[in-house]
Design a protein around this ligand. Structure first.
Ligand SMILES: [Ca+2]
Length: 490
C-alpha cells in the first residue's frame, strides 16, 4: 500500500513538472519579441495600390438605330383647276319659243306646223344621213371593245390560274422552309450544345497550357534574376569528392567536377584544398548577399546559386554564394563518415569556426534529418547545445541536431507542428534544420549593416545570418561557409 502511494506521488510530480514546463513555454513565448508583432490589416476589400492601379467602370450602351427607314411626307390630292359655270342652253322648240323664256313655249298650229315639219324633215334627214355612218362606226367600236373586254377576261382568268399555281408552289416552298427550319432548330438545340461543350473542353485545356506557360515564364524570370554565371575551364583532375581530387593532385582551391556515384552524372563544386590540409567540398557559402536564400523546398533540394567565378586568373578560384543541394549533401555525407567545418567572419574581419567530426544528412524520405557530433572550434556549439543566451527548455528549442530540414513551403520544424501559422522558415528567412526555431541561421537574410534590429526584420524576428553563440541574435555575419570532407580518425 505504501509502495502504491509512493508510486502515485511520483507520477503526479512528473505530471506537474511536465505541465510546468509547458507553462514556461507559454510564458517565454508570450514574452519573446516574436509575438509582439504588428497586426495584419483586415483584407475584406482590396484597396487600390496608389499609382499603379485605376478603376474604370465599364458599362455597355447600345448604339442608336441608323439606316432603318426614313420618314416620307404623306401625298396630298392635286389641286382642282378653276371651274367656270356654263350657260344653260334652251331646248330647240322649232322657232316657237317666246321672246322671253319665262313665258314658256308657244305651240304652232295648222299649215304653219306642216311647213315647219317639212322644213324640219330635211334637216332631220340630213342629220340622220350624217348620223348613220357614225352609228355604224360606233357599232364597230362596240365590237372592238367587246372583243377587248373578252380578251381581258381571258387574261384575268389566266392570271388567276397562274396565281393559283403560284400559291401552290409557294405552299410547297413554305413546307420545305418549315422542314428546314425544324432541322436547323434541332441542330441548334442538340448539336450546337454538344459542340460547345467540346469547345469548352478544348478551351479549358488551352487555359491550363497557358497557366503552365506562365509558370514556366515566371520560373525563367526567377532564374534571370541571378547574376550570369561565368564560364570556367574545368580542371582535368576530378574524383568522387574533393578529398579524392586532392589525392590525385588537385591542390588548387577552385571549381572542380565531382562524381560521388558513377550512376549519376558529375557536377560542379568548389573545393577548398588549402584550409586544414584541404579536401573540403563547399556545400554552403554566404559572402556578399548576391544570392537569395529565401527559397522553396525543391530549390534547396536541387541546390542553387553560383559555384565559382574567374577573377582573372584563368580558372574559377573565387567561390560564389550557393547551396549545394540537400540531395547531394545527403549523398556525400552518407558515403562515409563526414566532418563539417563551419567558418564565419564578422564585418570587422574577425573570423571564428565550428567543426564537427561527424555530420550526416539523411535522405529525402526523412526530410534530410541532420545529425552532428564531436564539436571543436571557437564559434560556439550552436548545433548541439543551442543558444547559450537561453536556459532550460528554451535553450533546447534552439538545438539543431536531429532536426528535419524546413523551408517556407515545407514546415518540418518543431514549432507547433501542424499549425501552418507557426513556421520558423517563413519568419527566419531561409531553409534550415529549424527547431523552435534556431541558434544558428546561416541561410538567413543577408544584412550589409552587420547589426540589425527587430524593426528592420521582415517579421520582427532574428532572420539574419546568425550564429548566436558568437554574435547573438541581432548581428548578421558578413560571411559564413560550410565545408565537408570524409572524416579520417588520425
Ligand atoms: Ca511549425
Amino acid at each position: 500500500m505504501k509502495t502504491l502511494l509512493l508510486l502515485s506521488l511520483c507520477v503526479y510530480v512528473a505530471w506537474a513538472q511536465d505541465n510546468l514546463d509547458f507553462d514556461d513555454y507559454d510564458i517565454e513565448a508570450t514574452n519573446s519579441p516574436d509575438v509582439n508583432r504588428t497586426s495584419v490589416d483586415a483584407r475584406g476589400h482590396r484597396p487600390l495600390v496608389k499609382g499603379r492601379e485605376s478603376y474604370t467602370p465599364s458599362r455597355y450602351s447600345p448604339p442608336p438605330i441608323s439606316n432603318g427607314g426614313r420618314y416620307r411626307g404623306r401625298p396630298t390630292p392635286a389641286p382642282v383647276r378653276g371651274s367656270h359655270s356654263q350657260e344653260e342652253e334652251q331646248p330647240e322648240a322649232g322657232g316657237c319659243t317666246h321672246a322671253a323664256k319665262e313665258m314658256g313655249v308657244l305651240c304652232p298650229t295648222g299649215c304653219e306646223l306642216k311647213t315647219m315639219l317639212l322644213k324640219q324633215e330635211r334637216n332631220v334627214r340630213t342629220s340622220i344621213n350624217e348620223l348613220k355612218p357614225q352609228v355604224d362606226q360606233l357599232s364597230r367600236s362596240s365590237n372592238n371593245i367587246y372583243n377587248y373586254v373578252s380578251s381581258m377576261s381571258n387574261s384575268l382568268r389566266e392570271r388567276q390560274r397562274i396565281v393559283g399555281d403560284n400559291s401552290r408552289v409557294v405552299g410547297r416552298y413554305t413546307d420545305r422552309v418549315e422542314d428546314q427550319h425544324a432541322y436547323i432548330k434541332e441542330t441548334v438545340d442538340t448539336v450546337f450544345p454538344s459542340s460547345i461543350r467540346v469547345l469548352e473542353g478544348v478551351l479549358d485545356k488551352v487555359r491550363l497550357k497557358i497557366q503552365k506557360l506562365e509558370k514556366a515564364i515566371q520560373a525563367q524570370r526567377e532564374l534571370c534574376k541571378e547574376p550570369c554565371k561565368t564560364s570556367c575551364p574545368i580542371p582535368v583532375v576530378s574524383g568522387k569528392e574533393c578529398e579524392e581530387i586532392y589525392r590525385r593532385g588537385g591542390r588548387d582551391s577552385q571549381m572542380y567536377l565531382i562524381q560521388p556515384d558513377s550512376f549519376y552524372p558529375p557536377y560542379k563544386v568548389f573545393c577548398d584544398q588549402t584550409t586544414n590540409n584541404g579536401g573540403w567540398v563547399l556545400i554552403q557559402s554566404r559572402l556578399d548577399g548576391s544570392v537569395d536564400f529565401g527559397r522553396r523546398w525543391d530549390e534547396y533540394r536541387r541546390g542553387f546559386g553560383n559555384i565559382a567565378f574567374d577573377a582573372g586568373k584563368g580558372h574559377c578560384e573565387t567561390p560564389g554564394e550557393y547551396w549545394l543541394g540537400n540531395e547531394r549533401i545527403s549523398q556525400l555525407t552518407k558515403m562515409a563518415a563526414t566532418e563539417v567545418l563551419i567558418e564565419m567572419q564578422d564585418w570587422t574581419g574577425d573570423k571564428v569556426h565550428a567543426q564537427y567530426r561527424q555530420f550526416t544528412i539523411q535522405s529525402d524520405t526523412s526530410n534530410y534529418v541532420m545529425a552532428v557530433d564531436g564539436y571543436s572550434g571557437n564559434a560556439g556549439n550552436c548545433l548541439l547545445e543551442g543558444s547559450l543566451e537561453l536556459f532550460g527548455i528554451n535553450r533546447t528549442m534552439t538545438i539543431h541536431n536531429g532536426m528535419m530540414f524546413s523551408t517556407y513551403d515545407r514546415d518540418n520544424d518543431n514549432w507547433t507542428p501542424g499549425d501552418p501559422s507557426k513556421q520558423c522558415s517563413r519568419e527566419d528567412g531561409g531553409g534550415w534544420w529549424y527547431n523552435r526555431c534556431h541558434s544558428a541561421n546561416p541561410n538567413g537574410r543577408y544584412y550589409t549593416t552587420g547589426a540589425y534590429t527587430q524593426q528592420m526584420a521582415k517579421h520582427g524576428t532574428d532572420d539574419g545570418v546568425v550564429w548566436m553563440n558568437w554574435k547573438g541574435s541581432w548581428y548578421s555575419l558578413k560571411a559564413i561557409s560550410m565545408k565537408i570532407r570524409p572524416f579520417f580518425d588520425s
